[in-house]
Design a binder for this molecule. Structure first.
Ligand code: BGC
Ligand code: BGC
Length: 626
């Protein structure tokens, strides 16, 4: 009897111990060094679980069940892929948490990482603060400011329960015909390098003596960043998107690579591969640069992510030989694959390739280690679920003030009256009647550009913000009559006595290859509006464009000319400077060409003959309060 009892007790004790042993795992222990946690977890993972970690699917394909059943490592919101139209931050948090709970209920409970394009603020989210696109930030020449923009963006992204963004784009755009030129801070690699301060803004400041190349995210107020698109995306022939960058290795390393060095030193967590090719080799299949240079030489320790269907686009037409593309891309060194739709096909193909030894297990382990490293380091295992405590940051007044400051500093004054002693700007606030004209004066969507509330951007008052027209009305004397006409005809202009006119015209919104443009002319009726208005009234022309455009034919008729780039939601910043509450200080981040047949033309070129050179910008002093 006693023996049986002892045996029973023994069994109970053993079961408890076994249950506890099952509970405790090194990888779940935040006290253990990250490398031990990675090793422990990797040892427990099946091939299926490892491959799942490498997959990023789109939100439209995600559900808690899919996350659990396929062990998916990551989700992205493709542009415009939102929980609901005008969704509140709480709805975003609920959506992300719901997917996350699926991941947490999988065998090993590895949290997924949710990513989104927050390229100029949290641009898919209704009511977020939208900052100037990168070209405008480049014009500020103010890395400290850009760091603050990064910190504010991180808070707004976290407000929606998201810990990861595909920013900053550190492309060095060498040809404004490229549809993504506005995503680039500058044609000058040094300016782009300086603006990588966006990274410590998003991720937080590195602790002293932090190991070089190791990814870093400070905590719950920050997000993992992604430097993109590796490498040479801004150097393609004629600026054709996703095309071929034909340059020597020396040029690649001296123009397009420096900002990657800086980003890695600043602890960037992830790097996205470019759709483009370098000397006809697709970057998504370039083992020499992705593994040899980025991982081995520059010692990048975060994870490398593909672009959207980037593996498919290794072949032309895309997806022609997908299995082969998967083999090339993964063997090149890509760790996480933005699949993002046909994930079952990807999983099957990759599984097959590993089983038949076309892709070595060591390559899979390298990818999974890097993904887990980022997840452990940012505290995702400890804090996988978001709450509502940060929703207050979305579109906060403080962030809008910061965006307004960024707008003021991004504006470049290219012409101011006939001569320095007859300036038109600052404009007087007190006049009997002034005219505002042009398609871009009263349109939030236009002033935000592409990647706003969707992929290509939109026209109209699509999110909260202040249009330039509203800003002008807010700024002038209450007695000044402000009239707005999109396209005033000559008769109307003659029959009214305007003291001056502000013409706000530009490009309609666009993104990626849909923005490629070989002629760079202002679309109709902008040229007529400029010509008509400036022929009869003293005029300031404010250009809302993602790049320099053809302006030389009109410069003589224009009294004052401002490049405002794509300022974002806080149009008040434009009026702040036009009316002299603040001075102009922006400098051209790009060369302004005379005619498109000069392109490509960048500072330092042999036959440099610009309309306005790189770095140009007239400074003005703020007027003292009267
Ligand atoms: C773009 C990337 C972007 C990704 C996810 C791609 O088309 O090239 O810059 O991060 O889509 O939206
Ligand atoms: C991709 C496109 C895709 C679009 C819409 C972009 O980032 O490049 O291929 O159609 O997103 O989600």
């Amino acid at each position: 009897m006693a023996e049986i009892r002892a045996l029973l007790i023994g069994i109970v004790v053993f079961c408890c111990w076994a249950a506890m042993a099952d509970e405790y795992a090194i990888y779940k222990d935040p006290e253990k060094p990250i490398n031990h946690r990675i090793k422990d977890l990797l040892n427990r993972m099946t091939l299926e679980e490892k491959i799942g970690q490498m997959v990023q699917i789109d939100q439209s394909r995600a559900s808690a069940e899919v996350m659990k059943n396929y062990y998916i490592g990551s989700i992205l919101s493709g542009p415009g892929h939102v929980p609901a139209e005008k969704a509140s931050p709480e709805m975003w948090v609920d959506m992300v948490n719901d997917f996350q709970k699926g991941s947490l209920s999988s065998r090993l409970g590895i949290p997924m990482i949710y990513g989104i394009d927050a390229l100029h603020g949290h641009n898919n989210v209704y009511n977020a603060t939208l900052f100037p696109h990168n070209i405008g930030l480049g014009a500020t020449r103010d890395p400290e400011l850009v760091k603050k923009v990064g910190a504010a963006t991180a808070l707004e992204v976290r407000a929606t329960g998201i810990p990861y963004t595909f920013a900053p784009c550190i492309a060095v755009c060498r040809d404004p015909r490229w549809g993504r030129c506005y995503e680039s801070y500058s044609e000058d690699p040094k300016v782009v390098q300086a603006m990588t301060e966006m990274i410590p803004g998003l991720q937080g400041d590195l602790p002293a003596n932090y190991r070089k190349g190791v990814p870093y995210v400070a905590g719950k107020q920050n997000v993992a960043a992604c430097a993109k698109h590796f490498v040479g995306d801004g150097g393609t022939t004629k600026g054709i998107d996703e095309n071929n960058t034909v340059i020597s290795r020396h040029e690649l390393l001296s123009i397009h690579m420096p900002a990657y060095y800086t980003s890695i030193i600043k602890g960037v967590s992830t790097i996205m591969v470019s759709y483009s090719s370098w000397n006809s080799i697709k970057m998504h299949a370039n083992r020499d640069l992705v593994t040899g240079f980025l991982k081995d030489k520059m010692r990048f320790r975060g994870f490398v992510i593909s672009d959207w269907e980037g593996l498919d686009r290794i072949t032309s037409p895309p997806h022609k030989n997908y299995s082969h593309s998967v083999e090339e891309g993964v063997n090149a060194g890509i760790d996480m694959i933005m699949v993002p739709l046909e994930y079952k096909e990807f999983i099957n193909d990759l599984t097959f390739l590993v089983k038949n030894n076309s892709i070595p297990m060591s390559r899979i382990d390298d990818a999974v280690k890097r993904i887990l490293r980022v997840k452990f380091m940012m505290g995702l295992f400890e804090n996988p679920l978001a709450d509502y405590s940060m929703t207050k940051y979305l579109g906060s007044q403080e962030h809008r003030e910061l965006a307004r400051e960024a707008v003021r500093k991004s504006l470049v004054l290219l012409k101011n009256g006939e001569s320095a002693n007859k300036p038109l700007i600052p404009l007087p606030k007190k006049e009997s009647k002034i005219l505002v004209a042009g398609s871009h004066a009263d349109n939030i969507g236009y002033q935000c550009g592409g990647w706003t509330m969707g992929w290509q951007g939109k026209s109209g008052n699509i999110t909260q913000g202040t249009t330039i027209l509203e800003a002008i009305r807010n700024t002038v004397d209450p007695k000044t009559v402000v009239t707005y006409r999109k396209n005033p005809d000559a008769e109307y202009l003659k029959s009214n006595k305007f003291s001056y006119a502000i013409v706000v015209v530009g490009e309609p919104p666009y993104a990626e290859w849909l923005g490629d443009n070989l002629n760079l002319t202002l679309p109709d009726p902008a040229p007529t509006v400029i010509t008509n208005v400036c022929a009869s009234v003293k005029c300031v022309v404010v250009l809302i464009t993602g790049r320099p455009v053809v302006i030389q034919p009109y410069v003589d008729q224009i009294d004052a000319l401002v490049a405002a780039w794509l300022p974002g939601t806080e149009g008040q910043g434009v009026a702040d400077v036009l009316f002299g509450d603040y001075g102009f200080s922006g400098k051209l981040p790009r060369t302004w060409f005379k005619t498109v047949d000069q392109l490509p033309m960048n500072v330092g070129d042999k036959n440099y003959d610009p309309l306005y050179p790189f770095g140009y910008g007239i400074a003005t002093q703020p007027t003292k309060a009267k």
